[in-house]
Ligand binder design. Structure first.
Ligand SMILES: CC(C)(COP(=O)(O)OP(=O)(O)OC[C@H]1O[C@@H](n2cnc3c(N)ncnc32)[C@H](O)[C@@H]1OP(=O)(O)O)[C@@H](O)C(=O)NCCC(=O)NCCS
Length: 147
């Protein structure tokens, strides 16, 4: 198992298969994917990419911490879910953010993924909201600090 930085375009097939099933590949391109302060990580088993996570330098007006980063495009291929790989990807993202002296990580969590994020000590803030074509989401966050 290896987690390493990857290019935005390498995330698109996995986003498509897990997060935008049956939808055109263009729906997998996120605004800011190519920004210099955006990073993408992939989890490889042998030479196969089976999980991804992206980190965007994006402020949410709900939080005053600076800098803060947003997790997006968190996905593990169906056959590999429930084996701990998602948690490893979030940990890699947190380590990366800590190196940048980030104080807070936030994201829009799908309702179905909330138990996963709660296990990793993320907290819901505010009410649910609908992302068109994707479903019900909640904002979740965690304050992080270098030990
Ligand atoms: C959500 C997702 C990224 C989690 O990755 P994963 O590799 O399946 O999760 P892990 O195996 O690392 O799970 C870590 C812990 O969370 C728990 N968990 C994961 N998904 C869960 C769920 N839906 N409900 C309850 N618990 C869950 C696991 O049981 C595990 O608990 P443990 O530490 O006690 O064993 C993955 O299932 C996925 O890609 N889902 C579809 C896409 C998606 O929803 N992405 C998030 C968008 S916001």
């Amino acid at each position: 198992m290896k987690i390493k930085k990857i290019e935005a375009k390498e995330t698109y097939p996995v986003r498509n298969e897990v997060l935008r099933k049956g939808k055109p590949i263009e729906t997998c391109y996120f605004k800011g994917d190519e920004n210099l302060d955006t990073s993408h990580f992939g989890l490889y088993l042998e030479n196969s990419l089976i999980g991804i996570i992206s980190i965007f330098k994006e402020r949410n007006p709900l939080f005053s911490e600076e800098p803060q980063f947003q997790i997006r495009g968190m996905a593990v291929l169906d056959n590999y879910q429930g084996k701990g790989y998602g948690a490893l990807l979030v940990k890699a993202a947190e380590d990366y953010c800590l190196d940048l002296n980030t104080e807070l990580i936030w994201f829009n969590a799908r309702e179905s993924a909330i138990p996963f994020y709660k296990k990793l000590n993320y907290t819901i803030i505010g009410d649910s909201f609908e992302i068109p074509d994707v479903g019900i989401h909640f904002v979740m966050y965690k304050k992080i600090q270098k030990k």
